[in-house]
Design a protein around this ligand. Structure first.
Ligand code: TYM
Length: 330
């Protein structure tokens, strides 16, 4: 079986972007691939050094992934910091990663702009740690959203550099979405992508209750509607159609598209429909996640078993890496 890996940072509740960019594909891949999925707690320390809420976030991320359909019998589900082999590979790869290229990473520049007070070296080397997460299992496919594309490219570069310098060990990992373009779920306010940290009202969380979902959808940015047939669609309206196509029936989307083209669309009606379809989509995941979250012993057992599976694979890789790098002395 080909190897798949992906991770999610425990920096807050998971949202629709996490689901459609990543988790949905985890579930779809678990039958046919050897899968490793993990919670990136070390990565969250680069921006969230306060660990008071960390444990709760980690358990929540695991519960939501299980609620979305991951089967712990089929995949390894673990927490990054439970697999210290990742940190050792990170150390080795750091010697092959250049300050200049790290400083040019888009996510790094964004985070510096957002919080210039805390430009720590973990933040700078974030893509090196991410490459280690992937390469520690010699994964070939990495199901992620569009925002992770550059990190994957960097992982390929680090893999290549290691292979050239010390000998062939790592495949070059590819961002994966079943041959389709990587997904970017837009936010509801017409500005950028859905994210854990930005405008909370423009992000739909898998933990939102029904009324909050309705409220958020009804507040989504629209306008008075097109004044003539076949008008050009503004970006924020395209976004609503895109979100609708994720959770609504195809014929529903087609109907509103035709209404738009005929210049008789009523955005209020469209949003009401979207709100109901969204509630129908999110509610069962939320209920299931709450149930799983409350079974702490079950969650602990899954993390423990997932870690054991992950460390078997990680140990093999790190031993091979040490030996190739000339660090085996007896
Ligand atoms: P994170 O925690 O920000 O997001 C988890 C996953 O959700 C995807 N995603 C989206 N997809 C589509 N539209 C959106 N609006 C959207 N928002 C988030 C992300 O692309 C991601 O797949 N660096 C990673 C975590 C990580 C990782 C790894 C991923 C650490 N090591 C190794 C893969 C492999 C991150 O911050 O994801």
């Amino acid at each position: 079986k080909e190897i798949v890996l992906s991770g999610i940072r425990p920096t807050g509740f998971l949202h629709l972007g996490n689901y459609f960019g990543a988790m949905r594909n985890y579930v779809r891949m678990q039958e046919d691939y050897e899968c490793y999925f993990f919670v990136a707690d070390w990565h969250s320390l680069t921006t969230h050094p306060d660990t008071k809420g960390l444990r709760e976030s980690v358990l929540r991320v695991i519960a939501e992934n299980l609620a979305a359909g991951l089967d712990p019998e089929k995949v390894s589900l673990y927490v990054q910091s439970s697999v210290p082999e990742i940190a050792e590979l990170y150390l080795l790869l750091n010697m092959l990663a250049y300050k200049g290229e790290l400083e040019k990473t888009v996510t790094f520049k964004d985070k510096v702009r957002l919080n210039p007070q805390n430009v720590n070296s973990g933040l700078l080397t974030y893509p090196v740690l991410m490459a280690s997460d992937i390469l520690i299992h010699r994964a070939k496919y990495v199901p992620v959203g569009k925002d992770q594309e550059q990190h994957l490219e960097m992982a390929r570069n680090f893999a290549q550099r290691f292979n050239h310098r010390y000998g062939d060990l790592f495949p070059e990992p590819l961002a994966f979405n079943f041959g389709a373009d990587l997904v970017k779920v837009p936010s509801l306010d017409g500005a950028g992508k859905m994210s854990k940290s930005e405008n909370q009202y423009a992000t739909l969380y898998l933990a939102d209750d029904d009324d909050l979902i309705r409220k958020k959808v009804m507040k989504a940015k629209t306008d008075a509607g097109p004044t003539e047939p076949n008008a050009e669609m503004p970006e924020y309206i395209k976004n609503i159609f895109q979100i609708m196509s994720l959770v609504s029936e195809e014929q529903t989307v087609t109907k509103f598209r035709e209404d738009f083209n005929n210049a008789n669309i009523r955005y209020g009606d469209m949003k009401k429909q979207l709100a109901e379809d969204m509630v129908r989509f999110i509610a069962p995941i939320r209920e299931k996640a709450n149930e799983i979250r409350n079974d702490e012993n079950y969650l602990k057992k899954i993390m423990k078993e997932g870690t054991e599976k992950a460390r078997i694979s990680a140990t093999k890789t790190i031993e091979a890496a040490r030996e190739l790098a000339g660090l085996k002395y007896y």
